[in-house]
Design a protein around this ligand. Structure first.
Ligand code: NAD
Length: 499
């Protein structure tokens, strides 16, 4: 079978060179290789960064807001036009079911809509007469070339968390997508050319560690937005900042859902299914630890088990509820956690290692798995599994549940299920996690708020999109200005004082 070549997008055009190194891209639902990806050398990355810098200097860095917004509105329109095609690319290389893939593109589209408001978002402050005859005003300017390095699990949405805001702020962009499913990222990036973005402002380099390292040390890359696993996020943050860049590095997660005795248990069971098994658990906001207060734990586990019996796992193009895992290796890794959970003595309520899958070929499937009686030292609790494995940890009370969550080294998302407003209010205040849901299992903030976790889920202090995204992709300048008039005071060598 011949496979498609997948290559870099440089200055809006597919690269025509020849690559020394390539890697395979799979269709996880069939297990077949669907594409061969060119992997960039460090030299090629440097060339692309140089081209992006030139484009920023020649055009985009000094473009008017009127022209910027024309491009942004057009991009938003094109993304909306092509969202189904992009969703199909996601399903083909990632495996998630089509509806879920479409949802991902739609959430990314919201960031493009947010970025269309950039003239308002970048309005500065102005103080007339800060001192007599002296005005002070603030402006925010673009950085130059910025890099976005993204993970496999949201090939459209994660780049879209950053790219529209970076472009709106006047920067040139180099994206390094995951080598596992790059086609959707490339397809979205291609739309910028059609939207009227000058050549060179938008680039995609494919690659692995070599390409990432080249971006981290290149002095012309001024900022890095990274999303991926915690060890790599930490490495990217430390290396990037050591090379003088601003870095936001979003890492892994272990998200807890605390269910109190007064919760609506049907709502909680539905939420646990959606947040535990949607996208085969390959979401940074997936719920992987369900913290149930003892008195309702049996009832809740029974309701979840009942719902799991109705889930269909299979090819994402066939109307299944859940698709395969992204690679054969990842499937084996997740299955090995199920083995480890059994060995550690957790109660395996539903075993996903055996199951029927609606697919042709040899896809990377694992059905939803549920463990009960999980204790905090077991690896199924301590590690981010990133698969369809939900662990129930029983606690005696709200306080014990809160303590468990706050002792966890990750702090991306969490949720509380309760009908007690006071308990929910206490939780939102006391929990040490960046994004909190109240009867909402996956509290991904809308685009005009900012997305990001705490603790080992984020290195750096700036979250994605919203006001923090605009801040990240610009730098501030304050101008103090006086225009001479006949009353000026003449020479004075003292430190300027306000009067
Ligand atoms: P990953 O860390 O393996 O890869 C992320 C990116 O880093 C990819 O582009 C990859 O090519 C690159 N990379 C991998 N190894 C590298 C190395 N040694 N040196 C330099 N670069 C390297 O992550 P993944 O498996 O693609 O994605 C899943 C992870 O991402 C999970 O841990 C998930 O929680 C996390 N994630 C976090 C968020 C968030 O918002 N916090 C969102 C999505 C995904």
């Amino acid at each position: 079978m011949t496979t498609a070549r997948i290559t870099h997008l440089i200055a809006g055009t597919p690269w025509e060179g020849t690559s020394d190194r390539t890697s395979d891209v799979y269709n996880p639902a069939t297990g077949e290789v669907s594409g061969t990806l060119d992997l960039a050398s460090a030299d090629l990355v440097d060339e692309v960064v140089a081209g992006a810098k030139q484009a920023w200097r020649d055009s985009w860095g000094s473009i008017s807001f009127a022209k910027r917004t024309q491009v942004l509105f057009k991009f938003r329109e094109l993304l909306d036009r092509d969202k189904q095609r992009i969703a199909e690319l996601i399903t083909r290389e990632h495996g998630k079911v089509l509806d879920d893939a479409l949802g991902e593109v739609t959430r990314g589209l919201e960031v493009a809509e947010f970025a269309c408001g950039i003239p308002h978002l970048l309005k500065g402050g102005f103080t007339e007469n800060a001192s007599t005859g002296v005005d002070v005003y603030s402006i925010r300017q673009s950085l130059g070339v910025v890099a976005v390095i993204s993970p496999f699990n949201f090939p459209a949405m994660v780049p879209l968390w950053f790219v529209p805001v970076a472009v709106a702020c006047g920067n040139a962009v180099v994206i390094k997508p995951s080598e596992k499913d790059p086609s959707a990222t490339i397809a979205v990036a291609e739309l910028w050319k059609e939207a009227g973005l000058p050549d060179g402002v938008m680039n995609v380099v494919n690659g692995d560690k070599e390409a990432v390292d080249a971006l981290l040390v290149n002095p012309d890359v001024k900022a890095i937005s990274f999303v991926g696993s915690t060890p790599i996020a930490r490495y990217v943050y430390e290396t990037g900042t050591a090379h003088g860049k601003r870095v936001q590095a979003l890492g892994g997660a272990k998200n807890h859902m605390l269910v109190l005795p007064d919760a609506d248990l049907d709502l909680a069971a539905d939420a646990a299914i959606n947040a535990g098994f949607g996208s085969a658990g390959e979401r940074c906001m997936a719920i992987s630890a369900l913290v149930a207060v003892d008195s309702i734990a049996d009832d809740l586990v029974a309701r979840i088990k009942d719902r799991m019996g109705k889930l269909r796992t299979g090819d994402g193009t066939r109307g299944s509820d859940m698709g395969p895992l992204v690679t054969a290796q990842h499937r084996e890794k997740v299955a090995s956690y199920v083995d480890a959970g059994v060995e550690a003595g957790a109660d395996l309520v539903v075993d996903g290692r055996t199951g029927e899958f609606d697919a042709d070929g040899d896809g990377f499937f694992l059905a939803p798995t549920l463990f009960d009686q999980v204790s905090p030292e077991m690896s199924i609790y301590t590690d981010e599994i990133f698969g369809p494995v939900l662990s129930v940890v029983r606690v005696a009370s709200y306080d014990e549940g809160l303590e468990l969550i706050n002792n966890n080294p990750y702090g991306n998302g969490t949720a509380i299920f309760t009908n007690d407003g006071g308990a929910a209010r206490r939780f939102q205040n006391e929990v040490e996690v960046g994004m909190v849901g109240v009867n909402v299992p996956i509290p991904v903030p809308v685009s005009y708020y900012s997305f990001g976790g705490w603790k080992n889920s984020l290195f750096g202090d700036t979250h994605a999109h919203g006001a923090e995204g605009v801040h990240f992709f610009t730098r501030g300048k304050v101008v103090t200005s006086r225009w001479l008039d006949p009353s000026h005071g003449g020479v004075n060598l003292g430190f300027p004082q306000n009067d």
